[in-house]
Design a protein around this ligand. Structure first.
Ligand code: SF4
Ligand code: SF4
Length: 295
């Protein structure tokens, strides 16, 4: 029994819950039906956990979705699986090595040029335990790239889809900004792009935007995509296409992050995922994240 004897009692899921957006407020700010969004988020999680059949989900919601979204509504049995160009990507984060320096958050912002108010990666900090055995816990949280993503389940336009390489993508040209996915995500990994900018503080900030998902969008301008749509971490898909690791992995000063192919049993991430220290956030939901933590 030592200073860290309370370590196993850390409730990481609770730390995530503290950071979730206010779902009702989020929906009230959207121009679309609040009740529909909240109910779909609840029932999408039931579909994911196997408590509700997908056919019944569609039966309940298809007419409301047609009414609410008209031609934007893309019906179907579930998220599209579009072809990726590689293996099944996964990230392992060793919580024992994370020092809470936020380098990952900063490098992610710089890489993806996210606007004020949006961080694809955050490091949640929490004091756990009881005096004198108090411990500072750092919990980095990118998008989990869930195998069964609640965000994709609720997306009425199918702008959110799962790629074969494990990454959950957003087609910002299809996204209408209804924000249903924001309240459906159990990890708080999505944000709405209100169009804010660092241009006033730093001239030229709008000149280059990140080519997320490989799409070059040029200058950031009012009314231009991705403004008015939802955004999140893509595992730096544009960097993967160049054979580079995600920015957060490359810059982690504690060497706490590992990235690789979960389909390869010899990869570092596969080996670490098999560690007795490995766990996923909110495993009971059935989302099956491709971000794995080591406690
Ligand atoms: S963590 Fe990512 S993939 Fe999973 S539900 Fe949230 S936004 Fe979707
Ligand atoms: S905000 Fe965009 S990605 Fe999210 S559910 Fe609506 S259309 Fe889909």
């Amino acid at each position: 029994m030592g200073l860290f004897s309370n370590e196993k009692k850390v409730d990481y899921d609770k730390i995530v819950d503290k950071m979730l957006p206010d779902a009702k407020k989020e929906m009230d700010e959207s121009q679309y039906d609040t009740e529909l969004g909240l109910n779909m988020a609840r029932d999408a999680r039931k579909v994911i956990s196997g408590k509700l059949k997908i056919e019944d989900f569609h039966k309940v919601y298809s007419s409301s979705l047609t009414k609410e979204f008209g031609n934007y509504y893309a019906s179907g049995d579930g998220p599209d699986i579009r072809k990726g160009d590689g293996p099944k990507w996964a990230m392992v984060i060793d919580l024992k090595k994370c020092v809470g320096c936020d380098t990952c958050t900063v490098s992610c912002k710089a890489e993806n040029r996210t606007p004020p108010g949006i961080s694809y990666n955050v490091v949640m900090e929490s004091l756990e335990g009881e005096f004198p055995n108090i411990k500072a816990v750092n919990l980095p949280r990118p998008c989990m790239q869930c195998d069964k993503p609640a965000c994709a389940q609720v997306c009425p336009t199918r702008a959110t889809y799962k790629m074969e390489n494990g990454i959950v993508a957003i087609d910002n040209d299809r996204c209408i900004g209804c924000r249903y996915c924001i309240v459906a995500c159990p990890y708080g990994a999505r944000s709405f792009d209100f169009g804010e900018s660092y241009e006033q503080e730093m001239q030229g900030a709008n000149d280059v935007t990140s080519p997320e998902y490989g799409v070059e969008r040029g200058n950031r301008e009012k009314g231009k995509t991705p403004i008015g749509t939802v955004r999140k971490c893509s595992f730096c898909f544009h960097r993967l296409q160049r054979g580079e690791e995600p920015a957060c992995v490359e810059t982690c000063i504690g060497d706490a992050r590992f990235f690789g192919d979960l389909n390869d049993p010899n990869s570092v991430v596969s080996k670490l995922a098999a560690s007795p220290r490995a766990f996923r956030l909110k495993e009971e939901l059935g989302t099956h994240p491709n971000v794995i933590y080591l406690r």
